[in-house]
Design a protein around this ligand. Structure first.
Ligand code: LLP
Length: 421
């Protein structure tokens, strides 16, 4: 459920008409709903009720500080994957002891930044990385809390580009080598081994792969404990999928996911961490764009928008589907017609949807891409020297620009010309 609904024939974000935001900030833009963000966070928090747990929002999904602050105030920790994300979380007021550092290639500088600023734990992805964390911790005179990310060799049954839990993927250490790697970690005085980490992929629409992975983690916990490791925290990653189409997909609910966690791991008495990103932010955000032209082609009409692949890359990159709706609610019974919905960028890949049924639209009309809150703004670029589009946060009947659209001068003046030119 989200808070983007039609009222009196117009699409609203909570109590603010989308058209009002468009008039104030121009198009295209991203808009997020505070109530939806909080609702989704709360679903996870409630799903783990009765278990010692922390929901660490995977901020890669949508990392604006206003979003982080909204979630942190509700009690969320953060899952970060770069020094930049770590500093951004800190800037949003998240304390170090609620920040988990994941990622397959943490640099020495990033590790130093996190160890200096305070960190809940590093999710270590390889033995060479373990050695570097150990060396930096010793140099700083601290002990680094770590889990090791294990790769359980489970098929997440999702898009190949976002599956991470098979042995051929670059992530984690093979679960079969866990004893050896944990033995190595325990021998390093700058590290304190506290738990196990696993993350098998994103946009999972079934519970079965989670069940297989978590069952393996439960077995591994007992094994490592029997080998003398004090395993007391399990980081179970993110990945629970969201419905991208209103009509027909219904991934498992957080409450069902929570019940699975309790069933597979509850008996171990560990603290549980989860790292959801998409489910918290995805349906809490829209990208709003304007029709520039309607062009008749060979056997099809093109809807040419002012938003493009640089603003929302998911359709071009993952063949992802986003529902696209007219901001002015179509009259009941209005006949729909198929459009190819495209942006102005000079590549055929800049196509959001093919033969998508839409009500008749004209230049100047606004459309909204649903489910664009996660991996939307964060993956945007200035390709074609198109400015990064603004982000807006709605809270009840208020809205605020939480990232401004840069001016062309700002963009152009970022280049510096060598003295020989
Ligand atoms: N934890 C780790 C270690 C991750 O790598 C990820 C996502 C998450 C948590 C959050 O997963 P989520 O709950 O959001 O599924 N750009 C792609 C998605 C990439 C996901 C990468 N890792 C997309 O637009 O679909």
């Amino acid at each position: 459920m989200d808070h983007f609904l039609y009222r009196d024939g117009a699409l609203y974000a909570e109590d603010v008409p989308i058209s009002e935001i468009a008039a104030a900030v121009g198009t295209p833009f991203y808009v997020y709903s505070t109530a939806t963000l909080l609702r989704h966070f709360q679903l996870f928090d409630d799903a783990l009720d009765g278990t010692d747990h922390l929901v660490c929002y995977a901020m890669k999904a949508a990392s604006n500080q206003a979003i982080l602050k909204t979630l942190a105030r509700a009690g969320a920790g953060m899952d970060v994957v770069s020094g930049g994300e770590y500093l951004r979380a800190k800037a949003a007021g998240v304390p170090g002891d609620k920040i988990v550092f994941s990622g397959v290639g943490k640099t020495a500088d990033e590790i130093r930044t996190a160890l200096t600023g305070g960190i809940r734990q590093f999710n270590v992805e390889s033995e060479p990385e373990m050695e570097v964390i150990n060396a930096i911790a010793l140099e700083l005179g601290v002990v680094a809390p770590i889990t090791v990310r294990v790769n359980p060799d489970v098929d997440a049954k999702t898009h190949a580009k976002i599956a991470t839990g098979k042995s051929e993927n670059k992530f984690g250490i093979p679960i079969a080598r866990a004893s050896e790697v944990y033995g190595h970690a325990a021998s390093l005085p700058g590290l304190e081994v506290i738990g196990i980490d696993v993350h098998i992929g994103s946009q999972l629409t079934e519970l079965e792969p989670f069940e297989m992975a978590y069952t393996k983690v439960a077995e591994l916990t007992e094994k490592l404990r029997s080998e003398g490791h004090n395993i007391r925290r399990l980081d179970l990653g993110g990945g629970l999928g969201i419905p991208y189409t209103r009509a027909n997909d219904a991934p498992p609910l957080p409450v069902e996911y929570g019940a699975l966690i309790k069933k597979t791991l509850g008996h171990l008495g560990c603290e549980i961490e989860i790292e959801p990103g998409r489910l918290i932010a995805g349906n809490a955000g829209l990208m709003v764009s304007k029709v520039i032209y309607v062009k008749s082609g060979e056997g099809r009409d093109f809807l040419i928008l002012d938003g493009a692949m640089n603003d929302l890359i998911r359709p071009a990159m993952y063949e992802a589907h986003h529902d696209i709706v007219a901001v002015d609610e179509p009259a009941p019974g209005v006949e729909q017609q198929p459009y190819d919905i495209v942006g102005p960028v000079c590549e055929s890949g800049d196509t959001f949807a093919k033969e998508r049924n839409m009500p008749p639209l004209a230049p100047g009309d606004l459309v909204a891409f649903r489910s664009a809150g996660a991996y939307g703004a964060v993956m945007s670029s200035e390709y074609n020297t198109r400015p990064l589009i603004p982000e807006v946060l709605v809270h009840g009947d208020q809205f605020a620009v939480i990232r401004e659209r840069p001016s062309f001068d700002e963009i152009i003046n970022r280049d510096t010309i060598p003295e020989w030119l």
